[in-house]
Design a binder for this molecule. Structure first.
Ligand code: GLN
Length: 491
């Protein structure tokens, strides 16, 4: 059955359509792969009964010629998406065994289009992290290893389960969310493709909130085409999310293979960091050369406020998180630790239910929003955010179609290697990705090469608002030139 798990979504769609196999067979093959890969800790909940029931139902629809664009395709769902009747925890102890009585808009659109749910995927607690080590279910293991080494590597975060499961062929694609890089960074660490859509493109309704002005759902898959296929089902206007934008959803797959001739691609000089590994520099120039060979014009551009993006993000994101997480009080959801008064119940529940990183963010957020500090921190960070957005607008006003950057400043690192003594060490991972969230823009991470130790590296393309199509066209050029990368199976 291994063949059934190594196919792309596009190939599986064709196989299902011409009746080479059924969705139930495809689903069973993935359930078996998941069972054999439990050591990766990618899934926090497997839903085999539901998966088989969904597969049988869709097989019946396919037989009647009904289907839908994702008919019969088995997917993994990040545990941040509310799934009706299926435990949803955001990988936090505080949500305990919370079972939502409703379905998130994004997942309901996937089921509408015929996809099959295999289970819920691990992530950093409340999506706060860059390594999936803050999850209450423990870290996820990256299926990639350094050549000749058994060191356990992180898959990145916060969508570490999504990345690991897609890379290890446990699901054909996955949902993920990106507040500061949580789709693109794990994609780069696992040689998968990750898309962070324009803010407002996918509904946030039914997704556990981290930082509402930055959060955006998007797909992870093994090819650019597959991510375009998933994206079409995930995107769309939703009156239940007031920040969702009412713009028609294009056929993203049609953008694959479109000529990029004459497009102006910006190379931001501020992304050339001191001490950046030469391998990343090399990958970046290689990517530029591939786009040039496809007929694009490469132009140096300036994004002068880049250096303020990370500090500003780590004020805005915790501020919104501290406010969003106020609802976890021991009264409404999940965990409750009693106390002698209601105040003590709140304190005990939150002290017991939140992990260290979440507590740190709640404290930072509360501090930067408090009277006397609001102007100095939060308000100033919001002003910086406007300047970062303007940097990009100035670039696009000069006719730039997209911006090419590395996706991460390094390849995957070891479990426990970063951030133990100094959390800022972990935050530095997000240096190339947070600007995109601060500006509300779309970004894609595409596998582009390997480092000297054989670990995958990714390139990022940043686009104009609601122009994901250009990112799919350019992303495919990179993918064609770089080839695809699959980890050796050892688990
Ligand atoms: N690593 C970033 C953080 O910890 C981004 C996380 C995300 O995008 N959800 O905040």
């Amino acid at each position: 059955m291994t063949d059934l798990t190594s196919m792309t979504i596009a190939e599986a769609k064709a196989g299902l359509a011409n009746k080479s196999f059924t969705s139930l067979e495809l689903t069973d093959a993935h359930l078996a792969a998941m069972e054999a890969a439990r050591s990766l800790n990618a899934f926090v909940l497997e839903t085999p009964d539901q998966a088989r029931a969904m597969a049988r139902a869709i097989d019946a629809r396919i037989a009647k010629g009904e289907g839908g664009p994702l008919a019969g395709i088995p997917l993994g769902i990040k545990d941040l998406f509310a799934t009706k009747g299926v435990r949803t925890t955001a990988c936090s102890k505080i949500l305990g065994n919370f079972v939502p009585p409703y379905e998130s808009t994004v997942t309901s659109q996937l089921w509408r289009d015929g996809a099959v749910m295999l289970g819920k995927l691990n992530n950093d607690e409340f999506a706060m992290g860059s390594s999936n080590e803050t999850s209450c279910f423990g870290p996820v293991v990256n299926p990639w290893r350094r050549e000749g080494s058994n060191t356990t590597l992180v898959p990145g975060g916060s969508s570490g389960g999504s990345a690991s499961a897609v890379a290890a062929l446990l699901c054909m694609g996955a949902t993920a969310t990106d507040t500061g890089g949580s789709i693109r960074q794990p994609a780069a660490f696992t040689a998968t493709v990750g898309v962070k859509p324009t803010y407002g493109r996918c509904s946030r309704w039914g997704i556990v909130a981290f930082a509402s002005s930055l959060d955006q759902a998007g797909p992870m898959a093994r090819t650019v085409r597959d991510s375009a296929i998933l994206m079409r089902s995930m995107a769309g206007h939703d009156p239940k999310d007031t920040t969702s934008v009412d713009i028609g959803v294009p056929d993203y797959e049609a953008a694959i293979g479109k000529s990029v001739k004459g497009m102006k691609i910006g190379i931001p000089r501020e992304y050339r960091l001191d001490g950046m590994p030469t391998e990343i520099e090399k990958l970046w120039s290689e990517g530029a050369a591939w786009l040039k060979a496809a007929g694009a014009d490469l132009v140096e551009v300036s994004l002068p406020h880049t250096k303020y993006a990370l500090p500003a993000y780590y004020i805005v994101a915790p501020a919104e998180a501290s406010s969003n997480l106020a609802r976890y009080d021991g009264v409404r959801y999940g965990l409750r630790v009693p106390g002698r008064s209601i105040g003590e119940l709140y304190e005990n529940t939150r002290a017991e239910g939140f992990g260290d990183e979440v507590r740190r963010r709640v404290m930072i957020g509360t501090y930067v929003l408090s009277a006397g500090y609001y102007d100095a921190y939060y308000l100033r960070a919001q002003k910086v955010r406007t300047l970062i957005k303007k940097d990009f607008e100035d670039c696009f006003a000069k006719g730039i179609s997209a911006i090419l950057t590395p996706a991460t400043p390094s390849a995957a690192f070891g479990v426990g290697e970063k951030g133990g003594a100094d959390p800022v060490e972990m935050y530095l991972n997000d240096i190339f990705t947070v600007t995109v969230n601060m500006a509300g823009l779309p970004g894609i991470a595409v596998p582009a090469g390997k480092d000297a130790q054989g670990l995958p590296l990714g390139l990022q393309l940043i686009g104009r608002p609601f122009d994901e199509e250009t990112l799919f066209s350019l992303g495919e050029v990179v993918e064609q030139a770089a080839g695809r990368f699959t980890p050796q199976r050892w688990w």
